[in-house]
Design a protein around this ligand. Structure first.
Ligand code: GTP
Ligand code: MG
Length: 382
């Protein structure tokens, strides 16, 4: 009885899915697609005929092997099961504007963001994932991919050496330390120095503490021998007023890069934890805070990996009262931030106004320490 009822229920819920009568837009889109396919077919035939006459064009010969995550065939949101024009619009509004964004989403997130049923969400994700070549890569391929990594120099030889050449793109680099330890200075410096290596590079600065100073950028640009006005033009700054706003801004980064075709090399979040720390007070809110920070960091990691940019985040410290010996300062955000950061650097004040950078965690480098000085022109060795 019960199973029959469930079956009946499923059937009714499925017969309800087509939105054709409700949405004549669907028909128009379908017609447009058929028209497009016909057009594409005739174009393909034309090209085939040309090939027979002249052989393949030089660009075709030089085409590299399939790029990663390439679509087997060009899919649009409307090709996914259960997606009509209305759902496509809802997906777009919720920030799912590519098939990849659906493919990497979890059913729970899709249900929450778009208001779908679990069954539809799962089917959509499954279809989106199937349309990609999301397989394993050989170590050799990963090494080749690593070749695209850019290292942004700090100006201090000792600091660069500690990081194996500079701040890496394609990952999250976190600096934590007490006030005045130089976290914000490094953020400003990266926004400038990425342009020293590539004049077309852009930096995105998510400022949560109102500490972005264009005047300081001008000083650092002069120190790097760059045109200060041009450098400022290549930095996009957004002030985040609360943690949700901060998360939203991070999600918008990919949109800005795609729509404005910007060659972004660094995304700076200064500070990563200040808003979360101020808004989530008490043990009862800890789980929610950590979950949100985790989600935020994953957004940053995805952006860093997709666009080969360095996500630089600064983090505050707190005193661990249980620590009797050694340095009692601990980074805020606990293990969540620690695990999500690819490189973790602890900054502290050193002797005679210098700063000490300690590499605490790195995937391919040994832990170590170095001293540097913050000058008007930038960072230098002691
Ligand atoms: P909080 O954000 O408060 O946690 O600190 P922070 O780690 O971000 O510190 P920040 O990077 O702002 O470092 C401030 C320190 O940098 C100052 O105390 C100065 O020692 C140094 N500094 C900042 N601007 C200049 C400058 O123009 N010239 C020089 N020589 N030093 C500077
Ligand atoms: Mg700061």
């Amino acid at each position: 009885m019960v199973t029959e009822a469930i079956k009946a229920n499923e059937q009714t819920s499925w017969t309800r899915t087509p939105l054709k009568e409700e949405c004549p837009v669907d028909d128009v889109l379908q017609e447009f697609q058929t028209h497009r396919t016909r057009k594409e077919k005739s174009k393909a035939k034309e090209l085939e005929q040309m090939d027979e006459k002249h052989g393949p064009s030089p660009t075709e010969i030089e085409q590299p092997a399939e790029p990663e995550n390439e679509l087997k065939k060009e899919l649009t949101m409307l090709d996914l099961p259960g997606v009509g024009a209305a759902t496509a619009e809802k997906l777009k509004e919720a920030g799912y504007d590519t098939i990849m964004s659906v493919a990497v989403a979890s059913p729970g997130k899709l249900i929450e963001d778009v208001g779908l049923t679990e069954q539809v969400a799962r089917k959509m994700i499954h279809a989106a994932r199937n349309s990609f070549k999301m397989g394993f890569q050989s170590g050799e391929e990963v090494l080749k991919r690593r070749a695209r990594v850019i290292k942004i120099s700090t100006g201090s030889k000792a600091f660069d050496a500690l990081l194996g050449g500079g701040f890496e793109t394609g990952c999250i680099v976190e600096c934590y330390g007490e006030f005045g330890s130089g976290k914000t200075q490094i953020g400003h410096l990266l926004a400038v120095n990425c342009q020293k290596q590539d004049p077309n590079a852009y930096a995105i600065y998510i400022d949560t503490e109102n500490t972005f100073r264009p005047e300081r950028i001008k000083e650092l640009a002069k120190g790097a021998g760059l045109d200060p006005e041009e450098v400022l033009r290549h930095i996009k700054v957004a002030r985040a007023y609360n943690s949700d706003h901060q998360m939203l801004l991070a999600e918008k980064v990919s949109e800005i890069i795609d729509s404005d075709k910007l060659n972004v090399r660094v995304v700076i979040v200064d500070s990563l934890t200040a808003h979360f720390r101020a808004e989530f007070i008490g043990r009862g809110t800890l789980a929610e805070r950590q979950q949100k920070i985790n989600c935020h960091m994953h957004t940053l990691l995805k952006v860093a990996d997709t666009y080969n940019l360095c996500a630089y985040v600064t983090n505050q410290v707190q005193v661990d009262p249980a620590q009797f010996f050694g340095d009692p300062t601990k980074a805020v955000g606990g293990h969540i931030v620690g695990h999500a950061s690819t490189f973790r650097i602890y900054l502290r004040k050193g002797k005679k106004g210098s700063r000490v950078a300690k590499l605490v965690d790195a995937p391919n480098l040994a832990d170590g320490e170095c001293n540097f000085v913050v000058n008007t022109e930038g960072l230098t060795d002691v």
